[in-house]
Every structure is written in structure tokens, then in C-alpha cells.
Ligand binder design. Structure first.
Ligand code: DAH
Length: 391
């Protein structure tokens, strides 16, 4: 441990020695300062008015110096005061800034080059950088995150339709019975309502049925909302979140995502629907993918179809994923039922004059297939180790 000793010899060479010895102690002690309490001890040892090292050199070196050496010694002592103050200050800034060990090592590297005279400039420069902003320091890196795979799939699906001239629309997740069911040709008490196990908002019994609130079970209600706002012709895709009272498992989640599509114009035919969806599936899954349309039922389309794509894993030969069928069912679609147009007839949708098609696809399911994920739950557990694989 460094201690200040009386000077026997006041020659410049001897003064240099003494100063260098002190600075080297200052340098190595300053490197051991890692936290606030280290720093307080460090400051007190060097700067305490009572018996700090600065006080000691003042007493033992300057006051004791013969008259002839006073000037010279006074200069050195002053310089040392600046050094000590600067280093102590620098250390305070480092400790308070919470800089990393690396950054501290960098600062220490500068201090290691301490030489009499140079030290003041070095520490001054360093302090400036700390107080202002050292743009050469690596910043604190916060992971900036990445697009969630489901959002990525939603965006990809939407952009495929945008390229075909579709616009994008959105609607509320808390919906009325009217938009979610009635205007889509699900009459009250119709059994088709049971195919979508609905989560209702509580305490709505006093309202007329059509005004009661629920969590939308599909994005189809936005078909009606869009037609209320825009007269035909329209081509629109509607991405969004939907809810059903389904027990979670590898392929089900009570919250999931859909992309709805709607095209209404004069003379829209089932051919247009087939061509559009065939193109979209090829754009999403690759040009070798084939599509298959099978008759189905939805209250809001007539005729309705279920679309499957040839299995993207086995090319249609049959594998575990497609349950040996060679096909993967992916979406529902159909020609807009005239009964649906009746609800928006006043806005230009006379079913005798316009026709249209609609479709709805599960974006989560498409994400599972596209990114080779085998459990939909992984999308919603928020495990960063899973999510960062999509960065
Ligand atoms: N809304 C349907 C569902 O969630 C999907 C659907 C089927 C949407 C046919 C459509 C459609 O627009 O025409 O099961």
C-alpha cells in the first residue's frame, strides 16, 4: 500500500520519481474501484481534507520544502491535485454511469498511460466523453424484436391480394350479434350458429338480440361493415383476430387469426373465385401447389366450397401431415349469398345486379404450414427462444 514519505532530495529527478510513484499508486488503486462504496473509500483516501494523500503531500512535500525548491514542488503538487481530482471524478462518473466492465477497461486503458503532465489531458478528455456521449462505445443493446410469425403470415397473405388490386380493411373484435351472425344469414336460433362456439359478453340480456355483444368468431362480419361503407365494385381483404370457445390443443386456440376476402362487382363468377384462390395459394406455397374445391356449406355463401391444397410436404403422395390424403384443407369460400346482399341492398348491392365471392382462411394454420411449426400454442406462449427463430 502506497504511503507518502518525506522527501530527502528536492532535485528535479528525485521529484519526478516521487511523483511517478504516487501516480502509479493512484492509477492502480483507481482500477480497483468497482462500485459506489469502493469509490467513497478511494476518494477519502486521496482527497480527505484530514490526512488524505493530497493533504499529506501538501504537508510532507510542500510545506517541508526548502525555500529554493518551493516553486518547483508547488507546481508538482498542484499538478497532482488536478490529477487526483480528475481521476476521482472520472471514477465517480464510471461508477454512476453503470458502464459495462468492457467500457471500464477501456477507460482504464487510458489511465494506464498516465505520465506526469499527460495525465491531466487524458483524464480531462475521458471525463468529457463520459459526461457528453462517447459515440464509439457500443450501446446498450436491447433486442429489437421481430415480426411475430402469425403477423408475418397475415402480412404475406395480405400482400398477395394487394398485388391483385385488393384493398385492406379492418373491423372490431368485439362485435354485435347482427354483424357476426344475423347479417351473414345466420338467423336467430339457426343451428349453423352452433358451428362457431361463441364467447358472449356477459350482462347483455336486456338488449335486443341483434345488439348483444360478443367476441367475433370470424372476420366475416367485416364483409357487411365494408359493404355498408363502400358501394360496389369492391375487392377487399380483412386480416384480424377472432375468438371461439375452443379448448386449446396443438391445432386449436381460443384466439386465432383469419384473413377474409370479398370481391363484389357485376358478373363475378365462381371461375373468378377459383382463379383468384388458385393463384393466391401458388403465391403463398409455391407454383407447384394445386388446389381442390369441394362442396361445403356456409350460411353466407351459395354455393360454398372448402379449398384444399396439394400437400406441401409430400407433393400429394400422402404423408403423416396430410393423413395420407395428399391434401391439406385450408379455407372456406363461396359466392356471396343473395340474402347477405339484402342487408346492404340500399348501398348498391342489389343481388339481381351484382354478384361476388368471399373467402376466409386461418392465418395461424397457414403460418404453421409455411414455417413448419407443429403446435399452434407455440405462437401464443411468448417464449422468446421460439419467437427469435423468426427474426
Ligand atoms: N367465416 C368462415 C369461418 O370462420 C370462413 C369463411 C368461409 C369465410 C366461407 C368466408 C367464406 O368468407 O365465404 O369458418
Amino acid at each position: 500500500m502506497y504511503t507518502v514519505t518525506k522527501l530527502e532530495d528536492y532535485s528535479p529527478a528525485a521529484l519526478d520519481m516521487a511523483v511517478r510513484e504516487l501516480l502509479s499508486a493512484l492509477d492502480s488503486e483507481s482500477k480497483g474501484v468497482n462500485n459506489k462504496s469502493d469509490w467513497k473509500n478511494f476518494r477519502d483516501r486521496w482527497m480527505a481534507r484530514k490526512n488524505g494523500i493530497l493533504t499529506q503531500i501538501n504537508d510532507l512535500w510542500l510545506k517541508a520544502a526548502p525555500a529554493a525548491a518551493k516553486r518547483e514542488v508547488g507546481q508538482r503538487v498542484n499538478e497532482l491535485k488536478t490529477c487526483v481530482t480528475d481521476i476521482v471524478e472520472t471514477r465517480r462518473a464510471i461508477v454512476e454511469s453503470g458502464l459495462s466492465k468492457d467500457a471500464i477497461a477501456r477507460v482504464t486503458g487510458v489511465e494506464a498511460r498516465i505520465e506526469v503532465g499527460q495525465i491531466v489531458a487524458e483524464t480531462r478528455g475521458r471525463r468529457l466523453e463520459l459526461d457528453q456521449l462517447d459515440i464509439t462505445l457500443p450501446s446498450i443493446r436491447r433486442p429489437i424484436g421481430a415480426e411475430h410469425p402469425v403477423i408475418k403470415a397475415l402480412n404475406e397473405i395480405v400482400s398477395v391480394f394487394k398485388a391483385m388490386g385488393y384493398s385492406v380493411s379492418e373491423g372490431p373484435e368485439i362485435e354485435t350479434d347482427y354483424y357476426n351472425f344475423e347479417a351473414l344469414n345466420f338467423p336467430p336460433n339457426h343451428p349453423a350458429r352452433d358451428t362457431q362456439d361463441t364467447l358472449f359478453i356477459a350482462g347483455q340480456q336486456s338488449k335486443p338480440l341483434r345488439d348483444r355483444l360478443l367476441l367475433r368468431t370470424h372476420t366475416s362480419p367485416v364483409q357487411i361493415r365494408t359493404m355498408e361503407k363502400l358501394a360496389p365494385p369492391i375487392r377487399v381483404v380483412i386480416p384480424g383476430k377472432v375468438h371461439r370457445n375452443d379448448a386449446p390443443d396443438a391445432s386449436h386456440s381460443p384466439m386465432f387469426h383469419q384473413v377474409e376476402g370479398l370481391a363484389v362487382d357485376t358478373n363475378i363468377t365462381f371461375c373468378d373465385l377459383k382463379g383468384t384462390l388458385d393463384h393466391a395459394m401458388k403465391a403463398l406455397f409455391g407454383s407447384s401447389v394445386r388446389t381442390r374445391f369441394q362442396p361445403s356449406f356456409f350460411p353466407f355463401t351459395e354455393p360454398s366450397a372448402e379449398v384444399a391444397i396439394s400437400c406441401i410436404f409430400c407433393g400429394g403422395k400422402g404423408c403423416r401431415t396430410c393423413k395420407q390424403s395428399g391434401w391439406i384443407e385450408l379455407l372456406g369460400c363461396g359466392m356471396v349469398d343473395p340474402n347477405v346482399f339484402e342487408f346492404v341492398r340500399a348501398n348498391g348491392y342489389d343481388p339481381a345486379k351484382v354478384s361476388g365471392f368471399a373467402f376466409g382462411m386461418g392465418a395461424d394454420r397457414i403460418a404453421l404450414l409455411k414455417y413448419g411449426v407443429d403446435d399452434i400454442q407455440l405462437f401464443f406462449q411468448g417464449d422468446v427462444r421460439f419467437l427469435e427463430q423468426f427474426a
